[in-house]
Design a binder for this molecule. Structure first.
Ligand SMILES: [Fe+2]
Length: 291
């Protein structure tokens, strides 16, 4: 099965979301959908998610899966909104439990948050497959950016989350809790064993140099031209470059709300007695001290 891939770019966070459909059966998976969030007002919106809804309805797609490549730290997931509107099961790699334990501690979450993955409909083991129409989705473990990161191979298309970006943009940061630059290097080497012409779809693009936003490359293009990991760059050199670069990066603007929602599979924290959902803000915990 060779899927029909429809990308959606969220300009506010530089995120690419995908609708991946089996042309024979119209069964579809949604990958890494975004919930709009205005940090000034702490207000959510479904503007971006509704574009995916409209696409699925216009093409008569039946959504079987809503997949996360990892617990994102730069945008909130609209998985639960989309599940409510379109159906489907929300799934993420089984490594989410470790990520949940880490952030439960960092955010001081109480006993109502269980770091057991139960917020998701399905936890994906490494190298398992999910059915999708006449074909399947192969779950490739690609830890490094986060410990729960996975990639999804559907026919000749692989959705690599935050492992590599487009060739001119390099690789994802590895300095979040649980991140591991050497692990990312090894994950990319595994992706590089896919056939050269495999279509490779990234989760973010920050339009370097003002070029148009881009989402699709190939395994061969990455192997030959990625500015951070390509043929001839060894693990030690990559880890040194990645570690030095990560030390200069700022905390993502939406890290604090994103992580708290995304480790809950896209649910907001349960409403309190006044009917309002509250997020927690740990002071002087993330990032570097600035003068
Ligand atoms: Fe990420």
């Amino acid at each position: 099965m060779q899927p029909i891939v429809t990308p959606f770019h969220h300009a506010g966070t530089g995120t690419w979301s995908y609708v991946v459909a089996d042309p024979a059966t119209s069964e579809a998976a949604i990958i890494d959908p975004v919930l709009d969030y205005d940090w000034k007002s702490a207000r959510t919106a479904t503007t971006a998610a509704d574009l995916l809804v409209a696409h699925c309805r216009a093409h008569g797609l039946r959504v079987r899966w809503i997949l996360e490549t990892h617990a994102h730290a730069d945008h909130l997931s609209s998985a639960q909104y989309l599940k409510g509107v379109l159906g489907g099961e929300v799934a993420i790699g089984q490594g989410i439990r470790s990520v949940q334990r880490t952030f439960k501690n960092l955010f001081g979450l109480g006993p109502d948050f269980q770091p057991d993955g139960s917020q998701f409909d399905k936890l994906l083991d490494d190298d398992t497959t999910l059915p999708l129409g006449a074909g399947s989705i192969h779950v490739i473990p690609t830890p490094g950016h986060t410990s729960d990161s996975v990639s999804f191979l559907v026919g000749n298309a692989v959705f690599i989350g935050d492992t590599l970006f487009m060739p001119d943009s390099g690789s994802a940061r590895c300095d979040f809790p649980g991140g591991d630059a050497a692990g990312l290097y090894r994950s990319v080497q595994r992706l590089f064993t896919l056939p050269a012409g495999t279509r490779m779809f990234v989760c973010h693009d920050y339009t370097p140099g003002g070029r148009a936003a881009a989402c699709e490359t190939t395994v061969d293009e990455q192997r030959c031209a990625n500015i951070h990991i390509r043929n001839g760059i060894d693990e030690a050199a990559f880890v040194r470059m990645r570690t030095e670069r990560d030390a200069t990066l700022d905390v993502p603007g939406l890290l604090i709300p994103s992580v708290q929602v995304n480790i809950r599979a896209g649910h907001l924290p349960a409403a309190e007695a006044d009917g309002i959902s509250y997020l927690r803000v740990p002071v002087d915990l993330f990032g570097r001290q600035k003068s």
